[in-house]
Design a protein around this ligand. Structure first.
Ligand SMILES: Cc1cc2nc3c(=O)[nH]c(=O)nc-3n(C[C@H](O)[C@H](O)[C@H](O)COP(=O)(O)O)c2cc1C
Length: 322
């Protein structure tokens, strides 16, 4: 697939996930074959006001291909922020039209842009004009079941100069739970010439292939299934290439991967932040371990990073949940 002039090699991308898919997770997923990743959503307004906190959201780091993601409501501010984001050398810039969080959608940004397609189009136009890298859009199927408009919005974004569209097949009202609507992704694919990336509920090779086959999409994007399981990209790549279903790595290996991810976090974040954030990542890695519930409780109480070693020992003593 191509995003503008950027060649994407592989089969699946890591989805942006605020507070989760940080630089460490993006790098780990890349090492398991994620073709590209998108950074955590970044406030256009904040970066134009000189906020440096979001720098790490926009930093490519050690991955093959990276997109920095912006959210906002004002075309001019978005364009200025895109120029700032471009100074971090992303391969492309992604505009968020899918975030359901009240903090973002409440002021008209993220998924709320699906309710104001003219403004959304204007934003894409201004950002495309402002930067030299390709511009992409990530959207949902619509705001709610009465306003499914991903096809119209995707066409407007294409006309405004977007190079690719990612569609998460749920409305804003659906948040993350009901099954993903593959028909809307298929409809968007049929309506535009630019690359379409299908997203929602892909957890393994079989669901990845279903997304490709049913929708005809050009690429797929995986979010939550990569939490505590970055090897999902290797599994998907292998299934699509050969039809083989790879098992997850053995427990000891999985725990090493977890420690590697948390080690990478330490390179990029303060100890206190890593300690707090390691709780959720470690809990995800307990999937497939016997007595996972008790281990997850221990993860929730991590007070310093040496607690992780105790958790690894305990997990190894428990063994695989057969
Ligand atoms: C915790 C969390 C944070 C997310 N943050 C973002 C974000 O910053 N930008 C964005 O476009 N989507 C965000 N999403 C949506 C995901 O990128 C993706 O569209 C969604 O999780 C569906 O894919 P999945 O079923 O593979 O998880 C987030 C999702 C989750 C669960």
């Amino acid at each position: 697939m191509k995003i503008g002039n950027v060649e994407i090699k592989g089969y699946a991308a890591l989805a942006p996930m605020a507070g989760v898919a940080d630089r460490a997770m993006r790098e780990i997923c890349d090492s398991f074959g994620a073709a590209y990743s998108i950074g955590e959503l970044t406030s256009a307004k904040a970066i134009t006001l000189g906020d440096r906190k979001s720098e790490s959201f926009l930093t490519k780091g050690n991955v093959k291909v990276f997109g920095g993601q912006l959210f906002g409501t004002e075309p001019e501010t978005m364009a200025k922020a895109a120029v700032e984001a471009e100074s971090y050398n992303p391969d492309f810039i992604d505009i968020n039209m899918g975030c359901p969080a009240p903090k973002v959608a409440g002021s008209g940004g993220g998924s709320a842009l699906m309710k104001t397609p003219k403004l959304a189009e204007q934003i894409v136009k201004e950002v495309v004009k402002a930067v030299n890298v390709p511009v992409t859009v990530k959207m949902r199927s619509g705001w709610d079941s009465n306003s499914i408009n991903a096809v119209e919005l995707a066409k407007a974004c294409e006309a405004a100069g977007a190079s690719a569209i990612t569609v998460h097949g749920r409305t804003r009202a659906q948040m993350y739970s009901p099954p993903c609507d593959l028909d809307i992704i298929k409809a968007v694919k049929q309506a535009v010439k630019i690359s379409v990336i299908g997203n929602g509920d892909i957890t393994d090779g079989i669901s990845a292939k279903k997304m490709y086959d049913y929708t005809g999409c050009d690429f797929i994007m995986v979010g939550r299934a990569a939490n505590g399981a970055p090897w999902v990209f290797k599994q998907i790549n292998e299934y699509i290439k050969t039809g083989a279903i790879l098992p997850p790595p053995p427990l000891e290996e999985r725990l090493k991967i977890m420690m590697k991810q948390i080690g990478l976090m330490q390179k990029y974040k303060s100890d206190i932040t890593v300690t707090l954030e390691s709780r959720k990542h470690a809990a995800w890695y307990m999937k497939g371990v016997r007595n996972a519930a008790a281990l997850r409780r221990m993860c929730g109480e991590i007070k310093n990073l040496s607690d992780l070693e105790i958790i690894c020992e305990k997990a190894l003593a428990e063994g695989e949940d057969m």
